[in-house]
Design a protein around this ligand. Structure first.
Ligand code: HEC
Length: 118
């Protein structure tokens, strides 16, 4: 094998590696999302996603988890003001905390999804 071919081969492997590792993290890292959830979201949604506050989805029961990551991201970004909420509860954008970037949103969603009891 010539040096040139070797170079092409190794850059190909490199590209594939980058692609595989970035698509693996596209779903978010639950461990990275835990801290944000604990500090910003747990006041309403409860530690480990269990709350008895009426009108707040219980993530430990998998509530709302049939939605896509993109739908959940939009809800977190924009907040949720649902006129049909049984307790008239409103979720502020980002839960009233600091703005989360796309990666942070993916991480916090991965964490929420991990709370569902099997
Ligand atoms: C002030 C209380 C409060 C805080 C803080 C809060 N939420 Fe919520 N959240 C709500 C309420 C109320 C709903 C239900 C709204 C409805 O009726 O659909 C909700 C719904 C959701 C949903 C479901 C949205 C959907 O599309 O159905 C997600 C996901 C969510 N919250 C994530 C978070 C995350 C992540 C945080 C922290 C960054 C957070 N919440 C902080 C009150 C809160």
């Amino acid at each position: 094998m010539t040096t040139k071919n070797l170079f092409i081969l190794s850059s190909l492997i490199f590209t594939v590696t980058i692609f595989v590792s970035s698509s693996a993290t596209a779903g978010g890292n639950p461990a990275d999302g835990e801290q944000a959830f604990e500090s910003i979201c747990s006041s309403c949604h409860g530690a480990v996603g269990i709350t008895e506050i009426p009108g707040i989805p219980v993530f430990a029961n998998g509530e709302r988890m049939n939605k896509t990551d993109e739908q959940l991201k939009n809800s977190i970004r924009n907040g949720v003001n649902n006129p049909d909420n049984p307790a008239g509860m409103v979720m502020p954008p980002f839960g009233g905390g600091p703005v989360l970037n796309d990666k942070q949103l993916s991480d916090v969603i991965a964490y929420i999804r991990s709370l569902k009891k099997k």
